[in-house]
Design a protein around this ligand. Structure first.
Ligand code: ATP
Ligand code: MG
Length: 363
């Protein structure tokens, strides 16, 4: 990864600009953690960067950064800048491109995120980020209250980094969060969810949840059930327990899964019909929440005589012919009855037996 990053730095330097790796990659590299993407900071403007990376440009946004795919790694390249006057406690009203790395570093959120690396692999650490990494502490660059007031997303980022890295929040950060947490009410639910997802999928998610509760962030974030979350092995399961489908944004697919998990929480996850109707995944998630082992649920599932409607050895045409009836909604009831009889082992999944069952019960 580092060689790939240095290759990209050199591409920028070859055109006469300065460029450094910054942020998550350097922080995680020093900690011995693998990164997925790499942030680069440079005095080249987005326009100049677009020239350099013409063929590998993914997208660029309005905030002076471009995204590049090089050697299968995603690079987020941002121009050195100063930010002015924040709107809605989230976005700077004005951004000014500058020429000095030292000044760019000052607008960043936490000291551990300000450490840079140059194309020789040398660490540049203007704000004692290394010291705070060693002390395992999250400290803001400058006054914590002011930095959270400017951009309240930083409150959730602080909790996220503390959770993922197993770091402590500095006393100043804790106090500033307590003071400024109500600003989070203004943050979009999409943004809140992105950070919460990262906390809930952390290996140390339970610690993150405890931290959110201790700081009183559960109330501000409208997560009234946060203290009911006992298992974080499934993100869908966590959101099912939180029960906030009406306020937080989810895709239709996520929504469907969350609703199904919620429904099966009330049911027996080893009941053959429940397993058939909702499937192994939904019942396993629901089982996780209730402390039922996945193995037990899976072994019951594997014994089911049928797992989907197409496994039934009779077609609707054959049923209609047997009963001498036209198509109609009655077929739905018949299928449900057949499914239950087969699943509870009262009926063999054989054409003749099923047609006999239909004749006896539905003609
Ligand atoms: P990761 O990529 O592992 O989530 P990261 O620290 O790299 O963590 P990014 O969101 O990729 O986080 O941001 C890159 C860098 O940009 C950060 O390390 C930090 O220096 C700066 N940064 C990001 N978001 C903010 C913010 N809201 N306020 C100030 N600086 C920020
Ligand atoms: Mg990053």
């Amino acid at each position: 990864m580092l060689e790939k990053a240095i290759y990209v730095l050199k591409m920028i330097e070859d055109k006469g600009f300065k460029a450094y790796i910054v942020g998550g990659f350097v922080r995680d590299y020093i900690l011995g953690i693998e990164s997925n993407d790499i942030d680069i900071t440079t005095n080249a403007t987005p326009k100049e960067l677009k020239e350099i990376f013409k063929n590998t440009l993914l997208l660029n946004d309005d905030y002076g950064s471009i995204t590049v795919m090089k050697k299968n790694v995603r690079f987020e390249i941002t121009t050195f800048r100063k930010e002015f006057k924040y709107l809605d406690n989230r976005r700077p009203e004005k951004v000014e491109y500058i020429d000095k790395l030292e000044d760019d570093i000052k607008r960043r959120d936490f000291t551990i995120n300000t450490i840079c690396m140059d194309s020789n692999g040398e660490v540049i650490d203007y704000l004692n980020g290394r010291r705070d990494l060693d002390k395992k502490v999250i400290k803001t660059v400058g006054n914590a209250s002011d930095r959270f007031e400017e951009d309240c997303l930083r409150i959730l980022r602080a909790v996220r980094f503390a959770t993922n890295l197993n770091f402590k929040l500095s006393d100043e950060v804790v106090n500033a969060i307590l003071e400024k947490k109500s600003l989070l009410k203004k943050l979009s639910y999409q943004r809140k969810k992105e950070e919460l997802d990262k906390i809930f999928t952390s290996d140390r998610a339970m610690d993150g949840i405890k931290l959110l509760i201790d700081l009183g962030l559960d109330k501000v974030l409208e997560l009234k059930n946060l203290n009911k979350v006992k298992c974080t092995d499934s993100l869908i399961g966590v959101w099912a327990v939180l029960d906030v489908l009406d306020i937080y944004p989810f895709s239709n697919h996520e929504k469907e899964m969350i609703e199904d998990v919620q429904k099966t929480l009330e049911l027996n996850n080893k009941d053959p019909y429940t397993l058939y109707k909702y499937g192994l995944y939904i019942n396993s998630v629901s089982g996780l929440i209730k402390g039922i082992s996945k193995k037990e649920i899976a072994s019951t599932y594997l014994e089911l005589p049928i797992t989907k409607r197409s496994d039934i050895k009779v077609s609707s045409e054959e049923i209609m012919e047997e009963l001498n009836k036209e198509p109609g909604p009655y077929l739905k009831d018949i299928y449900k009855a057949i499914e239950k009889e087969i699943l509870y082992n009262n009926l063999d999944n054989k054409k003749e037996d099923i047609l006999n069952f239909c004749k006896e019960n539905f003609s």
